[in-house]
Design a protein around this ligand. Structure first.
Ligand SMILES: Nc1ncnc2c1ncn2[C@@H]1O[C@H](COP(=O)(O)OP(=O)(O)OP(=O)(O)O)[C@@H](O)[C@H]1O
Length: 227
């Protein structure tokens, strides 16, 4: 799928009526088979861009095109093609068991899955099967993050968007996130990872986009990415 942002600005209007320009006149296009590293200082607009791509907010100016169409006319159709892990994905939990949490998105998007599929995603993220009956709220931060990622993988998205996926993870957790992205890439699919730790993902990415104060400071493709 081809994603295009044309002269996109996102302006938040704060209570004080002071406008906060989070993204400023962005022109960007990428294909969902690319592996993209998104970096930039705190407040540079990374999360805002991710919210926009997941159609949770609309551009204040300019427009988005997904395969040449306005995605806001078909938000459900396009959202199901993405697997998005927000900065604190566990904040989105609401199910009583890990199993319900992991299967929620697939059910919601009408994507069929088997028990074997559930076991495969658990293995991929490095969780044991006996976690399925536990409450997601009683897990460690690292386990919660893995549950959130497992839920995303079960609905078989074609593009992953991870916002700060390694925040609060130990080395084992970091390696497991890397492994997930690597496997995803090796299966011919793409991802965008926003991070303050580019060195953890640089070698997996073939494009680096640097945001600064809501604008694109740098957008470079590399031919050295290897997995
Ligand atoms: N709902 C909102 N209302 C007002 N301003 C907002 C809102 N969301 C974000 N902003 C502002 O927009 C700018 C971009 O924020 P954003 O969260 O996209 O940055 P970021 O690059 O993801 O930062 P971080 O690395 O800290 O996560 C910031 O100045 C932020 O304060």
């Amino acid at each position: 799928m081809l994603i295009e942002l044309k002269n996109v600005s996102v302006i938040f209007e704060e209570k004080t009526d002071v406008e906060k320009v989070a993204l400023k006149d962005i022109n960007l296009s990428f294909s969902t088979d690319e592996s993209i590293l998104l970096i930039g200082n705190t407040g540079s607009g990374k999360t805002t861009l991710i919210y926009l791509l997941d159609l949770l907010i609309k551009p204040s100016k300019g427009f988005l095109l997904y395969d040449g169409k306005d995605p806001f006319f078909y938000p459900y159709e396009f959202r199901k093609r993405f697997g998005v892990a927000f900065q604190i994905p566990e904040r989105q939990f609401f199910s009583e068991t890990v199993e319900e949490e992991i299967t929620y998105a697939a059910k919601n998007f009408g994507v069929p899955f088997t028990q074997e599929d559930i076991e495969k995603v658990l293995e991929l993220v490095g969780l044991r099967k006996n976690i399925l009956k536990q409450s997601p709220f009683k897990l460690s931060g690292g386990e919660q993050r893995k549950v959130a990622i497992a839920s995303i993988l079960l609905h078989k998205p074609e593009f992953l968007i991870f916002d700060e996926p390694t925040a609060g993870l130990d080395l084992k957790g970091v390696l497991s996130v890397r492994e997930i992205l690597k496997k995803f890439k090796n299966s011919g699919k793409g991802f965008l990872v926003a991070t303050h730790e580019p060195e953890l993902f640089e070698d997996l990415c073939d494009r680096k986009i640097v945001l600064k104060s809501g604008t694109i400071l740098e957008d470079v493709r590399s031919s050295v990415a290897h997995t």
